[in-house]
Design a protein around this ligand. Structure first.
Ligand SMILES: [Zn+2]
Length: 231
């Protein structure tokens, strides 16, 4: 197979904290550098690399504490940089509920402003407070991946009979994990392959994650081309 050239993704990091304390979201430049390194390490084999284009820093309580149902647009209106293929990461003090972070999926009709597009993270998902892999999972979404146990396109929960809806051919059909251990499991014994417990897009513990599949890599590059085509 022809080797794929590395895609370089310009990445802006927007630190939006409630004060200049780390625990209020004011993560250090070192922490940001480490996060970018974790991303580059995870995506290297799939020919994506991330280049820190710049960092903005703001203290704003209203913007730093994300309410349930609040859209990324609110941060995007203030801070978003670049075009539709520029990755914008917003680091905040608090995402709602148990959410550690979220990213928008690529859209076929993004308009021309892209303010809705980007990723938000609790400050404590970054190294060295955490291993930084939640960010890798979320960027998988930004590049068009769904969960390996994704519900079907008609909104029903995936079953072993109906399969999953991640639109990737080589991720084994499996059910959503209900345990938290990193141990081999086959939730759909009648179907080919064990559960992809090491896949970044599964809901196994982050310490278990080591790879994207070939099919996922193909989908990410196709979605990257979609993003570039909208610029
Ligand atoms: Zn996810």
């Amino acid at each position: 197979m022809k080797p794929r050239a590395d895609v370089i993704i310009n990445t802006w990091v927007h630190v939006v904290a409630t004060s200049k304390q780390v625990t209020d979201g004011w993560v250090s430049d070192e922490s940001i550098q480490k996060q970018i390194a974790v991303m580059n390490n995870a995506f290297k084999v799939r020919n994506f690399q991330f280049k820190l284009a710049g960092t903005t820093r703001t203290v704003n309580k209203d913007l730093s504490i994300i309410q349930k149902g609040e859209k990324t647009q609110k941060l995007g209106e203030k801070f978003r940089k670049g075009d539709y293929s520029t990755l914008n990461l917003y680091i905040v003090k608090d995402m709602p509920g148990n959410t550690a972070g979220d990213c928008s999926l690529p859209q076929s009709n993004p308009g021309t402003e892209y303010k809705f597009d980007g990723c938000r993270f609790n400050w404590d998902t970054l190294p060295t407070k955490s291993n930084g892999l939640v960010v890798v999972h979320e960027i998988g979404h930004w590049l068009g991946l769904l969960h390996t146990f994704q519900e079907t396109s008609d909104g029903t929960t995936a079953t072993c009979t109906h399969g999953h809806g991640d639109k990737v051919g080589d991720t084994p059909i499996h059910l959503r994990p209900n345990g938290v251990a990193c141990v081999p499991v086959d939730t759909c014994p009648g179907k080919k392959g064990d559960d992809p417990i090491h896949n970044y897009m599964n809901y196994t513990p982050t310490s278990c994650w080591t790879n994207f599949s070939d099919g996922q890599a193909k989908r990410m590059h196709s979605m990257w081309k979609l993003r570039v085509s909208k610029n």
